[in-house]
Design a protein around this ligand. Structure first.
Ligand SMILES: Nc1nc2c(ncn2[C@@H]2O[C@H](COP(=O)(O)OP(=O)(O)OP(=O)(O)O)[C@@H](O)[C@H]2O)c(=O)[nH]1
Ligand SMILES: [Mg+2]
Length: 296
């Protein structure tokens, strides 16, 4: 790859409270659904990199899980991912939603940010829901470590070009870190797993999404299609019954969602075979966590 001396490349971490729209923002910038989203908090469980390529820039966004209190081991892992995401990044985007700012959670995050040396930017999201918001009022709550701020809607795209102009300013001259046609550093089987998890998050209420882990057992790329075998792990038999649904209707909907999303993403036919298994408290078991991919 030949690169001019004026090429810029760097890392931008997006952090903040669950459900404020971090993943939606990253997907909006990339124009592809790299990170799964849902109306429920704690949808994202990993630090997910999305690579944004332009002729003169390559910006690597790191979407992080919005963590709650580390009640489960899984949440401690999220906390670690979150802290690691700060290290060595060229810019931290503190993302919050306008309504309810500053929440207790926001204050806690801002408290951390005060002591970090990385350049920081505040992004107030969901402007479509609070069109009357006053940026000056919101800014008054920010620590001095945050030098700029902007109100956007990740959902409608409002002010995204202005946000991108701000972000570009913080990215240093550097050759690209990844190939220019690469959208993410994650393997395709990761997207398969995440898409199935997204279907569960969108289809089921309260407990089931949080009791779910997905393991891809087979991902085979054939000449005319991709075939995926996946196990959905749940904590209890009662959850398994609900997930499978009447005459398998619940499971069928998950499969259809995953096949449609993944066919679009991979641009080929995708066949998904789902299996449901029960493993009580997979969340609390270190080994099970590792097996399920929480091994960072
Ligand atoms: N109205 C409105 N809704 C938004 C906007 N941005 C995101 N949302 C919605 O807010 C919800 C949460 O979005 P996510 O992107 O999953 O939030 P997140 O911050 O990644 O959440 P976690 O991964 O749980 O930390 C979804 O239902 C989004 O559709 C916005 O600008 N306006
Ligand atoms: Mg997310």
């Amino acid at each position: 790859m030949s690169v001019s001396a004026t090429f810029k490349s760097g890392f931008v971490a997006i952090i903040g409270k669950p459900n404020t729209g971090k993943s939606t923002l990253m997907n909006r910038i990339l124009g592809e659904k790299i990170s799964i989203t849902s109306p429920k908090p704690q949808t994202t469980r990993y630090a997910i990199k999305g690579i944004w390529n332009e002729p003169e820039h390559q910006i690597v966004f790191i979407d992080t899980p919005g963590y709650l209190k580390p009640r489960y081991e899984m949440q401690e892992k999220m906390l670690k991912i979150w802290n690691d995401a700060f290290k060595d990044v060229d810019l931290i985007i503190f993302l919050t939603q306008i309504a309810g700012f500053p929440s207790e959670y926001d204050m806690e995050v801002l408290q951390h940010l005060k002591y970090l040396k990385n350049p920081q930017l505040a992004v107030f999201n969901k402007l479509d829901l609070s069109p009357e918001a006053d940026l000056e009022e919101l800014k008054a709550e920010l620590p001095a470590s945050i030098t700029e701020s902007i109100m956007i809607s990740a959902q409608t795209g409002e002010n995204i070009p202005a946000l991108l102009d701000l972000i570009r300013k913080y990215v240093p001259y550097h050759e690209p870190y990844y190939e220019e046609d690469q959208l993410s550093d994650l393997p395709l089987r990761f997207f398969a797993r995440e898409t199935i998890r997204e279907a569960v998050f969108r289809q089921f209420e309260q407990e089931i999404p949080y009791a779910t882990a997905v393991l891809i057992e087979r991902f085979s790329e054939e000449s005319d299609k991709v075939v995926i075998d996946a196990v959905i792990w749940l904590e209890r038999n009662s959850q398994k019954i609900i997930l499978i649904g009447k005459k398998g209707s619940g499971l069928r909907q998950i499969r259809e969602y995953a096949e449609a999303e993944l066919s679009r993403f991979l641009q080929t036919n995708v066949q998904v075979h789902l299996f449901v298994k029960v493993n009580p408290n997979w969340r609390k078991k270190g080994t099970a966590l590792k097996e399920l991919g929480f091994d960072s």
